[in-house]
Structure formats: structure tokens, C-alpha cells
Design a protein around this ligand. Structure first.
Ligand SMILES: Nc1nc2c(c(=O)[nH]1)N[C@H]1C(S)=C(S)[C@@H](COP(=O)(O)OP(=O)(O)OC[C@H]3O[C@@H](n4cnc5c(=O)[nH]c(N)nc54)[C@H](O)[C@@H]3O)O[C@H]1N2
Ligand SMILES: Nc1nc2c(c(=O)[nH]1)N[C@H]1C(S)=C(S)[C@@H](COP(=O)(O)OP(=O)(O)OC[C@H]3O[C@@H](n4cnc5c(=O)[nH]c(N)nc54)[C@H](O)[C@@H]3O)O[C@H]1N2
Ligand code: SF4
Ligand SMILES: [Mo]
Length: 667
């Protein structure tokens, strides 16, 4: 007899879909979408429809392993958990005594988004006095851009996209990365809305929109300033709203009128003047314009400013004051008192912070103290971090003691000295919330852990015990931690909703009521006097200048999620080998035919891959989708051998999309 256990998709995706795991004889035999989920409504993406194949995968790690080969060779012997934990505790004790505890660096990101397992190491590393990790690989620049103009104002819910009569998907490849937004877009369209996409090339999402505007990488800020110029010049700005609910419009308007005439905007963005007029007039004529932005457009040297400029355009064009809205994501992080569990107060003294985008630098530099141990969990930095050659050189250091907690033998796991087996989400308890909507869900394990695999939280409880750290929070099991997270004064749930949540049902959180604009001034801060750039203005990208001819774009692929799902051979056929997409002109110039083996290169490294010649990509651009495992590449490097450790204009974000390369035929 099969039972159906409710759960949530644990992956780093704004959709956080509801799942039903079909369990028979202690095994997950199938997974389907939960029709009771208010947002995903029973559908799953192609990556997750066979999640049971991940859970039951023959390549899952099932016992602790100790390195026997050279670094990166991937040769290990089996060990018991007791032996592995004792070894780690002993090595860290010696490293802490010789170099200080800051020589130990945790490295984790979003392998699982569940609040317990994702944040499981924080209390431990705070107590240990280890270096802190700035977890900035994804979208801190987007958050900084939003904050600069809107403060802590919550975004609209995704369902409100359905209200739009003009929906602009701005730098979001929804077909790959935000699939469950599309029903709301379709609903708007059924009611007569036009749907526009602003991207650097024709993505899979272009097929579901009415019009595509192709812009130069990192030029969204310039586009916004140019559109604001047109709206102001033609008397189409939302003047009443701006006078009542914003600050700085007169100054901002003057600057846009002086500096951003259409000819300049056209040159900066690559859009013709007709398209600029269409965008400005389209926004002005709409009664319910909606803008949805993705994360990708913030991964530039001017990323935070570009996002802030889109916010300013939303204010000036009436997106905030007419019937639509600006959707940048959902934040429910303050709904849960995370620090009760992550315990920053355990830090006996301030410690240094290392930016995760500069891992290569951190492992190779002669800093004081030098990083002597790395503890990786829920992340795969050898594949996902920028400047792969530097990261791999660092991981290859014989004197670096590397602990990896993983489900599979990933590129990073190959470099482990101690490799520990991790559970999948269907084998542990957790509490899920989304960064794209307001539904939360509590999940119980559907099946027991495979082999000797352990959840993150159990790993850190064992490490804490071995290091002599006792008491709260390590005396709690994962359910105890979830109860702690749900007990805070900031809980956004009614007592009835709490009961439903405890029963495993998806429940919609309600952000607390508050002022319309949660900024210090109580207004939309077009002018932010506390910011080093008081007004949105034009900032350069990193790769705007440079000698190599092609801008490189890397991003989500349809059949993988960052480097997750690369383990799934059944998806390999759909995803195909690593490819670089080039325009016919760029290909012809280099005598490259479709399907040819080519080398993409820049000052950081070389990547061998296949060429795909396509009209979907404009001249001057090269697009590589997906973060492939080394195993599946021709020469052992993926696209991150070409991405740099440079950071965004604010908040230390990654700049994966802000690089230059050239491509030649492989010899
Ligand atoms: N299938 C799949 N889904 C995923 C992921 C995945 O790898 N695969 N990754 C997950 C993660 S971690 C995240 S953060 C999200 C990211 O998902 P999104 O928010 O969609 O972000 P990106 O795909 O990084 O960027 C979206 C689009 O921005 C475009 N873009 C790049 N630069 C610019 C620019 O300068 N201007 C404009 N207008 N557009 C630009 C890219 O071409 C891309 O089509 O997706 C999540 N979902
Ligand atoms: N070139 C390029 N690089 C990128 C991006 C890009 O667009 N282009 N996107 C960037 C972005 S937006 C992000 S967010 C980062 C993502 O970086 P990561 O968060 O490192 O993403 P993943 O590659 O999904 O690696 C997660 C790993 O965690 C493991 N895992 C899953 N669940 C668990 C668990 O419960 N416990 C443990 N211990 N492990 C678990 C998985 O098996 C997987 O190997 O990548 C970035 N890298
Ligand atoms: S990866 Fe995203 S779209 Fe796919 S099931 Fe998970 S949450 Fe849903
Ligand atoms: Mo991300």
C-alpha cells in the first residue's frame, strides 16, 4: 500500500513547489506535484518529476570516506562516522591551536533551501570562532538595489502579476527558472494583457511573450534613465504619485532630462529609438503595468544600480501607483527568529569575513591566518564559484584539510580529505519558505536515510559534541529546531494555520501590516541621501571595456539547477553537452560551424565545448547555459573557468554575467 507524504521542493528556485512523495515499503517510488499547494498547484518542472531518481540514485554517497589518493583524484576508503568525526575534531583542534580558529572556513550555500538544514552549521562555526562566510554568490546586489529605493517594503505577491494589462518580464528566464509564474502571466494574457521580455538574447521565455527587447549586457540602468527622460519630456510621468509618495523627483527628473536623450540611450542599450518610444508609451498607456525582474541582471559591476534604476522607472512610469505592481521576489525571512538557532552571540570575538565569490583568492593568498581547512556543505564551489582555475588550485593544496558533506561525488567532493554522506530532503525534516512567494511548509522525513547518510543538522550536532559544545541548540533535533523557529514573536501565522503547518500542509504567510513604503522617509527614495550615490545614475560594467570581442553570458539551464541535477544521467540527454551559443556572424568570422568543437578563452582560463550557431544570440555575445560537472566536460573545466572574482558595485555580489571572452576552433 502506497502512502503519500507531503513535502516541498528543497532546491534554490523561487517556486518552492509542493510535493507528494509516494512511499512504498520504506522507499520513495514516485513524486508528484501537490495539487493543494496554493502557488504550484500540483505541477512540477521537468527536473523534479522524477525526484525519486535522485533519492534512490545508485551513485549516492552512503558511508563516510577518507582520502587515499592524491587531492582531487576521488579515491577514498570507507570509515565509520565515529572515526570521521573524531578525525575532523582532532584536526581542527590542531589547526586552531597553531593558526587560530579563523584558519577554518565554512563554505555552504543553497543545496537545500530548508531553514534548518541550510543554516545547520552557523551555531557550530560561531562557537568554534571560525572565519565567517559572506554568502553573496546569488543576488545581494539585487537586494541592495531594491533596498536603496524601497527600504524594507515587501514586494507584491506573484499572483498579482495576473492583474497586469502590460507584463514586463525583465531579465527573467521564467521558462527555466520561474516556471510557476507563467500561469499568472498567461492569465493576464487571457484577459488581454501584452507580455514583453527584456533580455540580452532570445531565451526559451521569448517563445511565450509578445515582444522581445534585446539589450546590451548590463545596460538596464541606462535604459531606465532613458525611458525616464522620455516619460518626463512627454509629460507621461506619474507626477501626482511622485509628488505625494516619493522624494527627489525634481532633481532626478532634471538629471534624466539633461543626460539621457534617446540617441544616447539607443547607443548604450542597443535598442533603436522606436523601441524606446514603444516601451515608454506602452508603460504610460497601461492601466495596470507589472514589472517582474530576475536576479541575473544584477550580476554586473553596476548590478545594484541597475536594479535600483528599474525601481525608479517603476515609480516614474506609474507601475507602483496604477493597478499593477513591481514584483522582485518575496521576503519572509523576518517571519522566523533564525538567530535563536544560528546564534551569532556564540562568537566570542569578531572574526574576519571571507566573500564566497573570492574563494580562489582566499585559498591561495598568504593571508593571516592562511585558510588551512575548508568545510563544504550544501554547495559545490569547484563547479559553481567564479574563477574555477583559482578555486581548483586552492582545493589542490596538500596542506588544506577539506571536509565535504554531500549526496554525490561532485567536483568539490573529489577534493575532500573527509567526505561525508548527506541525506536528500525526503530523508530529513525541515521548514521551507520561498523567495518567490509567501507559502511555507513543514516537512517530515518520508523515508529513512539511505545507508549511513545524515542530515546537515545531525552532522553539526555530532561535530559540536566532539568539540565539547553542549546545550542549546544542539540538544534539539530538527523538529525541535523547527518548533523554535515557529515560536518567535514575529510568527506570521494564526494558531489554526500553525496546526495546518504542523500537519505538513502548505500555508500562506501573511506579512505584517505596515506603512506603504518602509523607508526612513516613508517615501519611495528616488533620492536616497544616505547612499554614496544619492540618485540613480549611469555606472559602468566591468566588461564594458576590454580587448576580447565577446561578452559572455552564463545562466540557468532548463534541465539542471546550478550544478544540481548534473548527477542525473536520465536528464543528460535532454540537457546535452556544454555548448556556447554564437550568432551566425560571429561563427562565420571564426570559421566555426554549428556543432564544431571550440575553445572559449580569456585571461582566466580556457574551456573546450561545442558551438551552437543560432540567430537567438546577437553579435558580440556568447551564451553558455548550465554549470556542468567536470566529468561531463571535454577538458575538465566548465564556464566558471572564464568568470572572474570581481564583485558588484554594492554588497559584494557575484558578477557571473560580466566577463569577456573569445572563441576559436579547437585544434
Ligand atoms: N532550471 C533552472 N532553474 C533555476 C536555476 C537553474 O540553474 N536552472 N537557478 C536558480 C537560481 S540559484 C537562481 S538565482 C534563479 C535565477 O533565475 P533568474 O532570476 O531568471 O536569473 P537568471 O537566469 O540568472 O537571469 C535571467 C535572465 O537574465 C538575462 N540577463 C542577463 N544579463 C542581463 C542584463 O544585463 N539585462 C537583462 N535585461 N537581462 C539580462 C539572462 O540572459 C537570463 O535570461 O533561478 C533558479 N532557478
Ligand atoms: N557560471 C555560473 N555560475 C553560477 C551561476 C550562474 O548563473 N552561472 N549561478 C550562481 C548562483 S545564482 C548560485 S545560487 C550558485 C549556487 O551554488 P550552490 O548552492 O553551490 O549550488 P549547487 O550547484 O546546486 O550545489 C549544491 C550542492 O549541495 C548538495 N546538497 C543538496 N542537498 C543537500 C543537503 O541537504 N546537504 C548537503 N550537505 N548537501 C546537499 C547537492 O548535491 C549539490 O551538489 O551558483 C552560482 N554559479
Ligand atoms: S526546481 Fe523549482 S520549479 Fe522545479 S519543482 Fe523545484 S521549486 Fe518547482
Ligand atoms: Mo542563485
Amino acid at each position: 500500500m502506497a502512502t503519500f507524504v507531503p513535502s516541498a521542493c528543497p532546491y534554490d528556485c523561487p517556486d518552492c513547489c509542493g510535493l507528494l512523495a509516494e512511499v512504498e515499503g520504506g522507499k520513495v517510488v514516485a513524486v508528484r506535484g501537490d495539487p493543494a499547494h496554493p502557488y504550484s498547484k500540483g505541477s512540477l518542472c521537468p527536473k523534479m518529476v522524477h525526484y525519486e531518481r535522485t533519492v534512490n540514485h545508485q551513485d549516492r554517497l552512503t558511508t563516510p570516506l577518507l582520502r587515499t589518493g592524491t587531492k582531487g583524484e576521488g579515491k577514498f576508503r570507507r570509515a565509520s562516522w565515529d572515526e570521521a568525526i573524531a578525525l575532523i575534531a582532532a584536526r581542527w583542534k590542531v589547526i586552531a591551536a597553531e593558526h587560530g580558529p579563523e584558519a577554518i572556513l565554512p563554505y555552504s550555500y543553497a543545496g537545500t533551501m530548508g531553514l534548518v538544514q541550510r543554516n545547520a552549521g552557523h551555531a557550530f562555526f560561531h562557537k568554534l570562532g571560525a572565519s565567517q562566510l559572506a554568502r553573496t554568490i546569488c543576488s545581494p546586489a539585487k537586494d541592495a538595489g531594491i533596498k536603496a529605493i524601497f527600504g524594507d517594503t515587501p514586494g507584491i505577491a506573484p499572483s498579482e502579476v495576473a492583474r497586469g494589462d502590460l507584463v514586463i518580464l525583465w531579465g527573467v528566464n521564467a521558462v527555466a527558472a520561474n516556471l510557476h509564474l507563467l500561469p499568472y502571466v498567461k492569465e493576464a494574457r487571457r484577459k488581454g494583457a501584452r507580455v514583453w521580455l527584456i533580455d540580452t538574447h532570445q531565451t526559451a521565455t521569448a517563445a511565450v511573450v509578445d515582444r522581445l527587447f534585446v539589450v546590451k549586457p548590463g545596460s538596464d540602468g541606462a535604459l531606465c534613465l532613458g525611458l525616464i527622460h522620455l516619460l518626463a519630456r512627454d509629460g507621461l510621468a506619474a507626477d501626482a504619485f511622485l509628488a505625494a509618495e516619493s522624494q527627489g523627483w525634481p532633481e532626478f527628473k532634471a538629471a534624466a532630462l539633461a543626460d539621457h536623450p534617446p540617441a544616447r540611450t539607443a547607443a548604450l542599450t542597443g535598442l533603436d529609438e522606436g523601441s524606446l518610444h514603444d516601451l515608454a508609451r506602452g508603460l504610460a498607456a497601461a492601466t495596470a503595468p507589472v514589472i517582474r525582474i530576475g536576479e541575473g541582471l544584477s550580476r554586473y559591476g553596476n548590478g545594484a544600480m541597475n536594479v535600483r534604476s528599474i525601481g525608479a522607472l517603476a515609480a516614474v512610469a506609474g507601475v507602483l501607483s496604477k493597478g499593477g505592481g513591481f514584483y522582485w521576489g518575496a521576503s519572509s525571512s523576518v517571519a522566523f527568529p533564525l538567530t535563536a538557532f544560528t546564534r551569532p552571540d556564540f562568537m566570542a570575538r569578531p572574526v574576519r569575513t571571507i566573500n564566497m565569490n573570492r574563494l580562489g583568492h582566499a585559498l591561495l593568498e598568504e593571508a593571516s591566518p592562511r585558510v588551512m581547512s575548508l568545510c563544504v556543505y550544501a554547495s559545490n564551489p569547484a563547479a559553481v564559484a567564479p574563477d574555477q582555475n583559482a578555486v581548483v588550485r586552492g582545493l589542490s593544496r596538500e596542506d588544506l584539510f577539506t571536509v565535504v558533506h554531500e549526496r554525490f561525488l561532485t567536483d568539490t567532493a573529489r577534493f575532500a580529505d573527509v567526505l561525508l554522506p548527506a541525506t536528500t530532503s525526503l530523508e530529513h525534516a525541515d521548514l521551507y519558505r520561498s523567495y518567490g512567494h509567501y507559502v511555507a511548509q513543514r516537512a517530515k522525513p518520508a523515508v529513512p536515510p539511505l545507508g549511513e547518510s545524515l542530515p546537515n543538522w545531525e552532522l553539526f550536532r555530532r561535530l559540536a559534541h566532539a568539540c565539547g559544545f553542549e546545550g542549546s541548540p544542539w540538544d534539539l533535533d530538527a523538529d525541535g529546531v523547527i518548533d523554535l523557529l515557529l515560536s518567535g514573536p514575529a510568527s506570521w501565522l494564526s494558531p489554526e494555520e500553525r496546526i495546518a503547518l504542523d500537519a505538513g500542509q502548505p500555508v500562506t504567510l501573511r506579512p505584517p501590516a505596515g506603512p506603504r513604503w518602509r523607508t526612513p522617509s516613508g517615501k519611495v527614495e528616488l533620492l536616497n541621501p544616505r547612499h554614496r550615490e544619492p540618485l540613480p545614475r549611469l555606472l559602468p560594467t566591468h566588461a564594458g571595456e576590454g580587448t576580447l570581442p565577446l561578452r559572455l553570458q552564463t545562466g540557468p539551464a532548463l534541465y539542471s539547477l546550478n550544478s544540481t541535477f548534473m548527477d542525473r544521467d536520465d536528464l543528460a540527454g535532454k540537457r546535452g553537452p556544454m555548448r556556447v551559443r554564437l550568432s551566425p556572424n560571429e561563427a562565420r568570422r571564426r570559421a566555426i560551424a554549428d556543432g564544431a568543437r571550440v575553445v572559449a578563452f580569456n585571461e582566466l582560463g580556457e574551456v573546450t565545448l561545442l558551438a551552437e550557431v543560432t540567430d537567438a544570440v546577437p553579435d558580440g555575445l556568447a551564451v553558455v547555459e548550465g554549470v556542468h560537472w567536470a566529468r561531463d566536460t571535454i577538458a575538465g573545466r566548465n564556464v566558471n573557468a572564464l568568470t572572474s572574482q570581481r564583485l558588484t558595485d554594492e554588497a559584494g555580489g557575484s558578477t557571473f554575467y560580466d566577463n569577456r571572452i573569445d572563441v576559436r576552433l579547437a585544434s
